[in-house]
Design a protein around this ligand. Structure first.
Ligand SMILES: [Zn+2]
Length: 160
């Protein structure tokens, strides 16, 4: 009697896709930092709890996250507002140097739907300029607060 064969895991019809994987996960993170609360209004600048809460991701959370991703050999995409790149240039450079994608996430994280056409263009350009100062070319775009206008895709396709 032949030994019982182990049950093979489910194989997709096309084993050539991603080495035969049946699913792929994409990890993306936003390095928003202070930008969402500052974009909501100056009144938050005096709110120590809001400011320290929003700084945690870049100052403490991001280095820890990068260590975990390195430990498992996982690459991810980080969406970076230009202001975050200006506030934490060493952190954002570290993300890029570890081989992760950096993507454009506006400059100040103000929802595009609240901006004029000129203001939205300035947000795009300032975001690109902040990343360019770190020698980073963004690879992709995510609209802040998931609020894109009809202009946003054209700006993104011409800018990033
Ligand atoms: Zn965001």
């Amino acid at each position: 009697m032949a030994p019982e064969q182990p049950i093979a895991p489910h194989q997709p019809e096309s084993a050539g896709w991603r080495g035969g994987a049946s699913a792929v996960a994409m990890l993306t993170f936003a390095v928003d930092g202070l930008t969402p609360v500052l974009a909501a209004g100056r009144r938050h600048a005096e709110n120590a709890m809001a400011i320290t809460h929003q700084q945690f991701d870049a100052r403490r959370g991001l280095p820890r996250l990068l260590g975990i991703l390195d430990e498992f050999g996982i690459k991810a995409t980080f969406f970076v507002p230009g202001l975050s790149a200006e506030l934490w240039p060493a952190l954002i450079t570290d993300v890029a140097e570890r081989g992760h994608d950096i993507a454009h996430h506006s400059y100040s994280h103000r929802p595009a739907t609240t901006l004029s056409a000129i203001e939205e263009r300035v947000e795009f350009e300032r975001g690109c300029e902040a990343l360019a100062k770190l020698d980073i070319t963004p690879n992709g775009y995510r609209s802040p607060m998931w609020a894109a206008t009809w202009r946003s895709s054209e700006l993104a396709s011409n800018t990033v």
